[in-house]
Design a protein around this ligand. Structure first.
Ligand SMILES: C[S@@+](CC[C@H](N)C(=O)[O-])C[C@H]1O[C@@H](n2cnc3c(N)ncnc32)[C@H](O)[C@@H]1O
Length: 585
């Protein structure tokens, strides 16, 4: 029974389980806890007195490990939905005692094999016993490797075991467990300890999004001893504020890799325009920028005499036309608008909008690519929104270079500039998703993604800036940047899977718009970050700088990025010649 049907997070955080002692009557243990209102138990699968080395064939039947009942004691769906296996806590894979160490390896493998046989969703591993856990890491890595192989040889609907690793909440320099597997989740909370049966003391762990309460369980009680705690957690959960609309919208996109739009080469669909148009935060910023530009351009005393020519280039279905007209109304300035759009389907909607709103006297629609439009007059203000998650990656520079021909020499471009930003990230989830395609192309592609399960390893740094209009005769849209990232000293060693990219645009003077985390425009959802993966993750030891290079390259038909790392180790150049990923001109 999930904690509540709150319109919110559909993740595992609504589930609550109980960590129990070994009980060889699994059906009764499960019935008690499920009837008590919990969703699952975290239970030892094996009798804790069992040691492989003490097992001689025949002492408990036929050399069979003493698991808690046969697989038939629960139905397959009960095993897979309601039981998380708790691997024996006596297991010490790095013990100096060779017998104990060997017993530990055998028991761990037996228990994991049994958990796979039962199709359990997860197993909770014992906490490593000491500071040194090399053999622990080796054994877990072997298991993860086997689980990964199982996943690739099974159909997708078969769920593969996850390992939960409980790490004490204290700092450790041990990197041996650094890994990339989707099958490994870290458990935060108190270190493992058992509580006496019927204890009123409670330990709560947060594991892989689920909540696990730890306590002894008193068989036979009418009411579950932890029920008051469960009720209170449910009460707190249901009292939480509903997610803001933006986060609700973004839930389904978390860590989901998408190809960036190609609005120049392709024609956007109605649905995409509709999503843009819901983003009022973006249009509020544009309206502010246009208002300020209008007031700078036309003094109050001339407001009734001068008509400003404003061109929206890449008008889509018209939201920037509306924002501009509203800015004119709010500042009392007169406006003549040209709406230039190359997507003929969007132009259909533009026409009906103009008619519906009665803007025929003010707005002229031009169905044309701005790079080849022969404008009947020059503009005072050029308004565009051709920005991608990385600023220039949807070819705003190339389009606006073509459009500035029809901007007056003292005319204003909104935006007046934009800058991309980048930072290194750890993200096993995205790395594994890219890797699952098993080809080079996917490792050399930049993705748009709502970053969720990521560690941002250093503050983002500016990469490329474009300014409009740009009249320099040596103007070029090719760029190169070398960046050095210093990881904070207390991060320890980090595994870099790639780089997260953002942009910030100056629309006009102090009015900006962007997604760079430290300055992001609040409540704006039109852009998710961009992600540049690395073919092989780079291990960065504490204190060593990470050196990253990125190029923006331009050809006659396409623009593309190339990137690489040169320190602490060198990666290949990614996407050489735009062989895997490019944006069409
Ligand atoms: C990101 S959308 C923004 C649309 C609209 N301004 C909005 O905010 O909803 C960019 C628009 O510019 C148009 N576009 C891109 N390149 C263009 C070009 N070279 N000439 C004319 N329109 C272009 C696209 O078709 C698309 O409608």
């Amino acid at each position: 029974m999930p904690l509540g049907e709150v319109v919110r997070d559909k993740s595992d955080s609504r589930y609550c389980g109980v960590e129990t002692e070994f009980n060889d009557d699994m059906p009764q243990l499960l019935a008690l806890n499920i009837n008590g209102g919990f969703d699952f138990v975290v239970s030892p699968l094996m009798d804790p007195s069992y040691r492989p080395s003490l097992m001689v064939a025949g002492n408990n039947g036929a050399g069979v490990p003493p698991f808690a009942g046969s697989d038939l004691v629960l139905s397959p769906s009960q095993w897979s939905s309601h039981v998380v296996g708790k691997i024996s806590s006596w297991i010490d894979l790095d013990s100096e005692d060779e017998i104990l160490r060997k017993d530990s390896e055998i028991a761990l493998k037996e228990e994991i094999a049994w958990a796979c046989h039962l199709s359990l969703q997860a197993c909770l591993l014992p906490t490593p016993k000491g500071a040194s856990c090399a053999n622990y890491a080796r054994c877990v890595n072997q298991i993860l490797q086997n689980l990964t192989n199982m996943q690739s040889s099974f159909l997708l609907f078969i769920s593969i075991l996850k390992l939960w690793l409980r790490i004490p909440l204290e700092k450790s320099d041990n990197d041996a467990m650094n890994g990339n597997s989707d099958h490994l989740a870290v458990v935060s909370g108190k270190p493992e300890h058992s509580l006496p049966t019927g204890s009123s003391e409670l330990a709560v762990n947060h594991i892989d999004g689920k909540l696990v309460m730890v306590a002894g369980v008193v068989i036979g009680l009418q009411r579950h001893p932890l029920r008051p705690y469960l009720d209170y957690v449910a009460y707190l959960y249901q009292r939480m504020d509903p997610l803001p609309e933006q986060e609700r919208f973004e839930l389904g996109y978390r860590d989901f890799l998408q190809s960036p739009l190609q609005p120049l080469m392709d024609n956007l669909e109605a649905q995409t325009y509709e999503t843009f148009e819901k983003d009022s935060a973006k249009y509020i910023q544009y309206q502010r920028a246009v208002s300020k530009a209008l007031m700078d351009r036309v003094p109050d005393e001339e407001a009734s005499m001068i008509t400003t020519v404003l061109m929206v280039v890449g008008a889509g279905r018209g939201p920037l036309v509306r924002a501009s007209l509203q800015a004119a109304e709010e500042t009392g300035r007169k406006l003549r608008v040209y709406a230039v759009e190359k997507n003929p389907n969007a132009v259909v909607t533009l026409h009906s909008l103009v008619k519906l709103e009665g803007w025929e006297n003010m707005v002229t629609i031009v169905s044309c690519d701005m790079r080849c439009w022969d404008a009947p007059e020059k503009a005072d203000i050029l308004v565009s929104e051709l920005l991608g998650s990385f600023g220039d990656n949807e070819l705003s520079p190339e389009c606006l270079d073509g459009a500035q021909r029809f901007l007056k020499p003292d005319g204003i471009s909104i935006p007046s500039s934009y800058t991309s930003f980048i930072q290194p990230v750890t993200t096993s989830k995205l790395y594994n998703d890219v890797k699952s395609h098993k080809d080079l192309v996917h490792f050399e592609t930049a993705y748009v993604v709502k970053l969720h399960r990521v560690a941002r390893l250093a503050p983002s740094q500016p990469v490329f800036t474009f300014t409009h209009p740009e009249y320099s005769i040596t103007r070029s849209n090719q760029r190169y940047m070398k960046l050095q990232f210093e990881m904070p000293n207390d991060t320890g060693s980090a595994l870099v899977h790639g780089f997260a990219g953002y942009f910030d645009a100056t629309l006009y003077k102090d009015v900006h718009l962007g997604i760079e985390p430290s300055t992001a425009t609040p409540n704006m959802f039109s852009w998710f970050p961009i992600f540049f993966p690395l073919r092989t993750p780079v291990q960065v030891p504490p204190g060593s700088p990470l050196e990253f290079h990125i190029w923006r390259c331009c050809g006659s038909t396409k623009v593309w990025y190339e990137w690489c790392v040169t320190s602490p180790s060198s990666s290949p150049i990614h996407n050489s010649n735009g062989r895997s990923y490019w944006v069409g001109l």
